[in-house]
Design a protein around this ligand. Structure first.
Ligand SMILES: [Zn+2]
Length: 96
């Protein structure tokens, strides 16, 4: 099972991850403003940003900064971004 992280919105679009034992199903069912996003670990330094409200990848990439769960640095979106897919982020430091 892949590791999931809840995301807390801080300031202007900064998404801070926090490790959770919740499954994708449980995360989908959460309510409240801070529960619109979560992160799923694909491999070291590579994470998928899940958007409950079907916000497009372009929107996420433009409006949010996602922080690395491991080293707390800002991650970079992996390009090219397909607007029909959830965005994938990579941490330059942890993906090496
Ligand atoms: Zn990192």
């Amino acid at each position: 099972m892949s590791q999931n992280y809840t995301l807390i919105t801080v300031g202007h679009g900064r998404l801070i991850p926090s490790e959770t034992t919740m499954t994708e199903e449980q995360l989908q069912k959460r309510t409240g403003q801070s529960s619109a996003f979560w992160l799923t670990r694909i491999m070291d330094g590579i994470y998928r940003l899940n958007c409950k409200n079907k916000i497009t990848a372009e929107h996420c990439v433009r409006n949010y900064q996602v922080y690395c769960p491991q080293c707390k640095l800002v991650m970079e979106p992996v390009f090219p971004v397909n607007k029909h897919e959830t965005p994938v982020y990579t941490c330059k430091k942890c993906s090496k």
